[in-house]
Design a protein around this ligand. Structure first.
Ligand code: TTP
Ligand code: MG
Length: 407
């Protein structure tokens, strides 16, 4: 499907009664048509390195750790991607795929500097900037008056300004919500701009391969393929209840996403979902006992970091991650644990037994629920879907079996 990067003009909703009355409205109405931009730099770390050292251009290169010291690739340029090299791959394996690959070490300060310059540019258009990582952010430009409010032109100008300031390229996606904007920014990478107007959302999403949906990993995608679901359009055959049965709490969200609906707000400060510590060992750990020996040290590190996290977060899960010497990786997690060392012993044992072979990396961590955010999530994703299904009914009606709030 070809998408026209035509001007992205959207209707502006009428002011609410409280706005007309001049009241301080701190909740943004979620039903209003929005204009969201997602910006993502192209091979970010690698682009900075190529910019600063022209010898690295036009040949496969990566940023990462030393192959002889069990280093891992952070990212690589698009030439290296042709050979199958990608982020999180062992550098030694990347070298075997592409022997002429040049691997340069990180210069984190440089990446932070560039990231800050990008953010300063974003803030010229809106205060509603939600950084997702150093090179990626959502912007809600619904209220931006530049370029007569055309999000397409705003996105184009942002891309040009970043290229002029940093000599790197970024791709951008424009859409009426975060989901669409994010998929769109990836659509014509590198150096691309993709605009999906509200009128195009339905068709755009219908043909979208299911694996493009954030949160649908390999296992879920395979599960869907087995029942003939390849695209978001295919998934629309399933009711919200069927999806909940198949995919648990992700079901209602899938029900919305496959229709291109996503009410999540752009939140200026990113809240953390998890915290973990991990370590890749110079020598493989040969046995479970050797792994358990390393646990106290990891646990102390995790505890230290947890003490610095603010109080709005509640730990809801503990997890342990093991990467074996064949690079297979597994994560075991449990809800309702106190995240004490004895919990991690059990998790680690279970994870180890899944592979039962030497281990190169161990990690432990916790997942949080942010009470405020979780409330929004339940309200937006589950209740709105139910209201759509039962427009005249009350989702807390006794026919409804499922999560209800305040009970
Ligand atoms: P990404 O935006 O995921 O990747 P990218 O910018 O390198 O490439 P793309 O063109 O596909 O967007 O990540 C941004 C940076 O984060 C990346 O340059 C390096 C770092 N990173 C890691 O260090 N490890 C990882 O596993 C990933 C995915 C990224
Ligand atoms: Mg990127």
């Amino acid at each position: 499907m070809t998408l026209n990067p035509e001007a992205f003009s959207l209707s502006v909703s009428a002011p609410s009664l409280s706005e007309l009355a001049g009241e301080n409205v701190d909740e943004r109405p979620v039903s209003r048509q929005r204009k969201i931009i997602h910006v993502d730099a192209d091979c970010f770390f690698a682009a900075i390195e190529m910019r600063d050292d022209p010898k690295l251009r036009d040949r496969p290169m990566a940023v990462g750790g030393d192959p002889s010291r069990r280093g891992v690739i952070s990212t690589c340029n698009y030439e290296a991607r042709e050979f199958g090299v990608h982020s999180a791959m062992a550098s030694a394996y990347a070298k075997s795929l592409c022997p002429e690959l040049i691997i340069v070490p990180h210069r984190t300060e440089k990446y932070r500097e560039a990231s800050q310059i990008m953010r300063d540019i974003f803030f010229d258009y809106t205060d509603l900037v939600e950084p997702l990582s150093l090179d990626e952010a959502f912007l809600d430009v619904s209220e931006c008056e530049k370029h007569q409010g055309s999000a397409t032109l705003i996105a184009q100008e942002i891309r040009q300004r970043i290229e002029a300031a940093l000599s790197i390229t970024v791709s951008a996606g424009v859409g009426p919500n975060k989901f669409i904007a994010k998929v769109a920014s990836d659509w014509q990478k590198p150096d691309g701009l993709t605009v999906v107007t509200p009128a195009q959302v339905d068709t755009f999403t219908a043909q979208l391969p299911i694996k493009r949906v954030y949160g649908v990993g390999k296992v879920t995608a395979e599960k869907m393929h087995r029942v003939g679901v390849k695209t978001c359009g295919d998934l629309r055959r399933y009711s919200i209840f069927e999806l909940s049965e198949l995919f648990g709490s992700f079901g209602p969200r899938l029900h919305s996403l496959c229709r291109g609906q996503d009410e999540r707000l752009v939140k200026p400060s990113r809240r953390r979902k998890s915290l973990s510590v991990e370590h890749t060992y110079e020598q493989d750990l040969p046995s479970l006992v050797a792994c358990l020996d390393k646990l106290p040290e990891l646990f102390l590190q995790l505890k230290g970091r947890l003490e610095r996290v603010d109080e709005d977060y509640r730990v809801v899960k503990a997890f342990a991650k093991v990467k074996f010497d064949d690079f297979a990786s597994t994560t075991v997690e449990r809800v309702g644990t106190q995240a004490q060392i004895k919990d991690y012993k059990k998790l680690l044992q279970e994870a180890f037994e899944r592979g039962n072979r030497p281990v190169r990396l161990l990690g432990i961590g916790v997942r949080f629920v942010d009470l405020k955010e979780d409330e929004d999530f339940v309200q937006l994703d589950i209740f709105q879907d139910l209201r759509r299904l039962y427009p005249t009914g009350d989702p807390s009606h006794e026919d409804f079996i499922g999560p209800t709030r305040g009970q």
